[in-house]
Ligand binder design. Structure first.
Ligand code: NAD
Length: 253
């Protein structure tokens, strides 16, 4: 029980990486405030956690709205009395287009969810964690938080922004007991990538040194490590979990 009596917020919890992180955290004893815009799947998840004896509540909250993040933190305090852990995970991939043709409205949408959403989350999570003497914040970026990717300018720029935000918050709050880190999944088998063209997917798989896509459960394990005291000296860092794709250039003959 690595997270016994810990209270955690997980955004984007209705699907994929957020869902598997929620299930793992519940198994490790955490009390959970799960948020998403998909209420049906979020409420089902809460039911399944409760059926296993876990503690969880669901709130419909759009991370691109600061008031929704404030409400999420208030719910954590009201329901469980404190906040120890936050996984700012909600995200979208956005449309594919080159920079010179990228729709400005789509840009705004992706940046509001993937970058501003992480800021709005931390903006309200940090004061609650300070009240509680500390905590651990995990911001889910991507391998595309450290390298470029053609036709994905908004996503790539937002995820690079998440790394900068993480480093800065870590400088400001680590000495006060709040550790802040970001994670960098490569291509993980979740609904986010289900619409990728089959040929493109095959090429993508081939670029992972490990020869397959990642699993949401594997990313959840990294989130558990960062949430737990086992990572007590880790802060301000970026943790790729990428099956070797970032080193692909070195691996190719
Ligand atoms: P997913 O689509 O399975 O889950 C994303 C969840 O976020 C969904 O439940 C969705 O409803 C929710 N969401 C979307 N917009 C929201 C909003 N405005 N407010 C609240 N919730 C919202 O995707 P996933 O693969 O589990 O992605 C989770 C995170 O991991 C994202 O930040 C994504 O960028 C990142 N990531 C995913 C991959 C991958 O290959 N799957 C790779 C790198 C990084």
């Amino acid at each position: 029980m690595e997270l016994k009596d810990k209270v955690a917020i997980i955004t984007g919890a209705s699907s994929g990486i957020g869902e598997r992180t929620a299930l793992l955290f519940a198994k490790e004893g955490a009390q959970l405030v799960l948020t998403d815009i998909d209420t049906e799947k979020g409420e089902k998840l809460v039911e399944s956690i409760k059926n296993e004896g876990g503690k969880a509540v669901f709130l419909k909250a759009d991370v691109s709205l600061p008031e929704a993040s404030e409400e999420t933190v208030k719910l954590a305090i009201k329901t469980f009395g404190k906040l120890d852990i936050a996984v700012n995970n909600a995200g979208i991939s956005g449309a594919a287009a080159p920079v010179g043709e990228y729709d400005p409205q789509e840009w705004d949408k992706v940046v509001r969810i993937n970058l501003s959403g992480v800021f709005y989350g931390m903006r309200y999570q940090i004061p609650a964690m300070l009240e509680n003497g500390g905590g651990s914040i995990i911001n889910v970026a991507s391998i595309l938080g450290s390298v470029g990717f053609a036709y994905s300018a908004a996503y790539v720029a937002a995820k690079h922004g998440v790394l900068g935000l993480t480093k800065t918050a870590a400088l400001e709050y680590s000495a006060k007991g709040i550790r802040v880190n970001s994670t960098g999944p490569a291509f993980i088998k979740t609904p986010m990538i289900q619409d990728l063209d089959k040929d493109v997917l095959e090429q993508v798989v081939a670029k992972h040194a490990i020869g397959r896509l990642g699993k949401a459960d594997e990313v959840a394990q990294l989130h558990l490590w960062l949430a737990s005291q086992r990572s007590s000296f880790a802060t301000g860092a970026y943790y790729p979990i990428d099956g070797g794709i970032l080193h692909n250039k070195l691996l190719q003959p």
